[in-house]
Write a protein that binds this ligand. Sequence first.
Ligand code: UFG
Length: 329
Amino acid sequence: MSILVTGGAGYIGSHAVKGLLDKGYEVVIVDNLETGFESALDSRAKFYKGDIRDNAFLNDMFSKEDVKGVIHFAANSLVGESMTNPLKYFDNNVHGTRVLLSAMLKYDVKHIVFSSTAATYGEPVRIPIDESHPTSPINPYGEAKLMMEKVIDWTSKAHDLTYVSLRYFNVAGAHPSGEIGESHDPETHLIPIILQVPNGQREKLSVFGNDYDTKDGTCIRDYIHIEDLVEAHVLALEYLLAGKKSDIFNLGSGDGYSIYEMIEAAKEATGQEIAYEIADRRPGDPAVLIASNNKAKDVLNWSPKHTDVKDIIKSAWHFHKKYPNGFKG
Ligand code: UFG
């Protein structure tokens, strides 16, 4: 029996593949390599290059493999891009999920763990954010993820299919080997951008706003280590394989750090100065996003282990020192 990982060549997908393989699962990867990287593929897994919107491709893969469950990462994931090209998100992310689900039904694959996001909540009305917080996305990326959650939910109500949707907060860090890590093109995420400074690729970073209503004026986020995130996916998969009911869980550390605190932690983690300048606010950024992670702890028996952001940044630094230009370099 195998577990299918869609988007297994991407940042989070490639870490999940290693996590599953290390636990003894056989893994099949589907990725179109549009934003994923061939060098992030684990040779222990079977790889099918193709697009989840391609029905014939998926049917061919499912007919050859004995897939018992799916972990679905394949999606575009840039908030800014989704604002200027929303249809790309509704096509690849929502339509792609629809095609994947219909192939799963056809081949009697009964379980799916879905990679969702805190962006489904939109501007928070209370902190910490628990799973009962209203969902009101403020960008097409978050809207598409919420639609995908709903498409999966309605499908599960009509068919013999169970799911877990995992709403991530800010995922960061890298595999302990340093062989895979966070690599996007273009890069927009805070930690890889901070690390471009000590890596000599950028003179300074821009801090997007220091006039928020927070302790030091900069935005506060909840950073969760990729290894903890992957562990939660494996637990969610095992929860479904054990016959438990469909549900939604937040994945965050439950702690918030400001951008200034992240810069300070990066200075300590790298032993180097990190120059920065204050820039305008980035449109669409909420001041504070912090998860309540109690439900995942209680129901999935999950507990994040990398709770110190300095350690999270250290693990990211390990990867970025090895691959200063990401996987292209
Ligand atoms: N930031 C900077 N300078 C930069 C880059 C980021 O100041 O060069 C700030 C942002 O303004 C934000 C914080 O650092 O306040 C974190 O920004 P990221 O882009 O790293 O992450 P986001 O919080 O914007 O996004 C994350 C996920 C998205 C998800 C979103 C949910 O990466 O996938 O949370 O709201 F949609």
